[in-house]
Ligand binder design. Structure first.
Ligand SMILES: *Cc1c(COP(=O)(O)O)cnc(C)c1O
Length: 416
């Protein structure tokens, strides 16, 4: 029997298993696994969920995964009895070993494995405001998959590989003088060239099912699906993933039948999902001044079939706005009580939880899962060091000579 198939959520057509779009409409595709029950495998990290990942093999070198623990000190501060932390980052004491310290590592591993399976030898294109590029740079360096990352020049300091002086011959870095949207635009243009392939973002089922392992790991630890799921979002893909994973867990039958309520958080005033749901305008200066620019996505998959709006409706979910000051206060409290550094985006989710407790929408006895989407970067820098990536090519936001850029990339990566 086939391990999985990929189906369009609108017309129901079964698509090629590597497709990122349906030929008939614009809906998201979703994976259907032949294994209805979640049977963990004896593989490292994320590959434990091999049965529910759209791959035909594993990359054991990318052996990190999400971990879940019952929260003590921070939960006590909030007066919560059953707060669980899904920690996605580097925290060796808790066996959290994600190589680039965010849950983007969970998306990169299955995506890169699928490219290896396809044997097309295409160059992968990833446009990113930071964490995604870092995760893919690592995954591709480890597996030898050629990669072009396109990042805003201001985000270049976020691009590093774990370890001192590690080689990165498979990675070509382009810095764009502009913001994340400019990087995306250039990435899209490059991906149109033959020999290049786009990673697909929220449309890529490997990214979603990879992120979905956060909910799978937590549910195995809790032995039941949580009541609430808190996460900071930019595109909202993590929210869609948590919903999809929950649907599979409900079908499994052993973990309860109740959907977790999605509680998504964005950083005000640069909060496009929050703004479009609550009818408030986005400050034109955004993403300038944000607490964490990885949470800014101008075109989130909100109203597409199977997207964020559907996920919120199906889970009776909400989106909260969090200011910089609120996030900073939350970060300090979490880091002090839990003893690990977290990335700014994760603090936005921590704050959303604190606000929900204050407002009474979450109660002491509720089973709450808080996704710390990134953390332990300070710890990793101290323990194993990092190698910053320099830009191989720096371009202006407009008027890039695409043909010559493509030949520079191809020549450089071929030599590597
Ligand atoms: C990407 C990212 C998010 C937001 O993820 P979505 O794709 O919107 O679900 C949150 N936190 C961190 C650390 C991230 O890197």
């Amino acid at each position: 029997m086939k391990k999985y198939s990929v189906r369009c959520l609108d017309c129901g057509t079964e698509c090629d298993c590597y497709a990122i779009a349906c030929m008939n409409d614009g809906a998201l595709l979703r994976t259907e696994y032949s294994s209805v029950q979640l049977i963990p495998r004896d593989f490292p990290g994320i590959w434990k969920f091999y049965e529910w990942l759209p791959t035909q093999g594993i990359l054991p070198e990318l052996g990190g995964g999400s971990i879940t623990y019952k929260c003590g000190s921070f939960a006590a501060e909030l007066g919560l009895d059953k707060l669980y932390i899904a920690f996605n980052g580097y925290w060796p004491d808790r066996k959290a070993l994600l190589s680039t310290c965010s849950f983007k590592d969970l998306e990169a591993a299955p995506t890169v494995q699928r490219l290896a399976e396809q044997r097309m030898k295409n160059i992968l294109v990833v446009a990113s405001a930071g964490n995604t590029a870092r995760a893919f740079a690592h995954a591709c360096s480890v597996s030898g998959q050629p990669l072009v990352i396109v990042v805003p020049a201001s985000a270049l300091n976020k691009i590093w590989l774990p370890g001192d002086d590690v080689s990165h011959d498979a990675v070509f870095t382009i810095s764009v003088k502009g913001d994340y949207s400019d990087a995306i635009a250039l990435g899209d243009e490059l991906a149109c060239y033959s020999g290049f392939v786009a990673e697909g973002g929220a449309r890529n089922v490997a990214r979603r099912d990879g992120m979905g392992t956060v909910m799978l790991e937590a549910t195995l630890t809790l032995k039941q699906i949580p009541d609430y799921y808190f996460q900071a979002v930019g595109s909202g893909t993590g929210g869609i993933s948590a919903w999809e994973a929950s649907m599979r867990l409900i079908k499994d039958g052993r973990f309860g039948r109740k959907m977790p309520v999605l509680n998504l958080a964005q950083n005000l005033p640069c909060a496009p999902i929050f703004s479009s749901l609550h009818g408030v305008a986005i400050d034109p200066r955004c993403p300038e001044g944000m607490y964490d620019e990885v949470l800014f996505n101008r075109r989130p998959p909100l109203s597409v079939k199977g997207g964020v709006a559907d996920a919120l409706t199906a889970t009776a979910g909400t989106v909260q706005g969090v200011t910089n000051d609120e996030a900073e206060e939350a970060r300090k409290l979490f880091e002090k009580t839990e003893g690990i550094d977290i990335v700014p985006a994760a603090a936005v989710a921590v704050s959303a939880l604190m606000k929900s407790v204050t407002s009474g929408s979450v109660n002491a006895r509720d089973i709450v899962l808080l996704n710390i989407t990134g953390g332990g970067e300070k710890r990793l820098r101290k323990d194993v060091g990092v190698t910053p990536l320099q830009s191989d090519l720096s371009v202006e936001r407009f008027g890039v000579d695409l043909d010559s850029t493509v030949s520079i990339i191809v020549d450089t990566l071929r030599k590597g």
